[in-house]
Design a protein around this ligand. Structure first.
Ligand SMILES: [Zn+2]
Length: 156
């Protein structure tokens, strides 16, 4: 539940429409000024205006709230780290890497798996790089094995 609260505070501030009646006309005016100011800055940053973005809001006490949250988490994970079939021990990848041995020592290039934290969703995801089995020369960690292989091959 902590993750949920943190995420909501980070991304959105919501006033239910039915509660707008508790605001004075000055409050309404101030709120409009705030939205206008935010939109002006969003335009300068080439971002869509607040009214352009549409949201799905779900109360945390709804019985389906946890399911919605898990779908959102998976969606955020997939955006940052698109799902990747397992290329470890894949003959196609092995044959590509055999053609691109280490540019420093000629050693065999291997796929290595690591983990990175994703602060936005307070979770971890797999990352991959190619490393020389002889001298340890390595490419940067990236979210997919295919991308890691591409980086290694461009370098060689
Ligand atoms: Zn090497």
């Amino acid at each position: 539940m902590n993750n949920l609260i943190k995420k909501e505070l980070k991304y959105a501030f919501i006033i239910p429409l039915k509660d707008m009646r508790y605001l004075s006309s000055l409050d309404h005016s101030t709120l409009n000024d705030m939205i206008t100011r935010i939109d002006e800055h969003r335009k300068l940053d080439n971002r869509p205006t607040l009214s352009t973005n549409q949201y799905i809001v779900c109360n945390q006490d709804e019985p389906y709230a946890e399911s919605v949250w898990q779908i959102i988490l998976q969606g955020e994970r997939d955006k940052i780290f698109p799902s990747d079939r397992d290329y470890l021990n894949d003959p196609e990848i092995d044959s590509i890497l055999k053609q691109y041995p280490c540019p420093c020592c000629g050693g065999d290039a291997l796929i290595e798996k690591g983990y990175t934290t994703i602060p936005q969703i307070n979770d971890k995801a797999n990352v991959f790089h190619v490393i020389c089995s002889a001298c340890g020369l390595q490419s940067d960690f990236v979210p997919s094995i295919r991308k890691a292989v591409e980086l290694w091959c461009e370098r060689v």
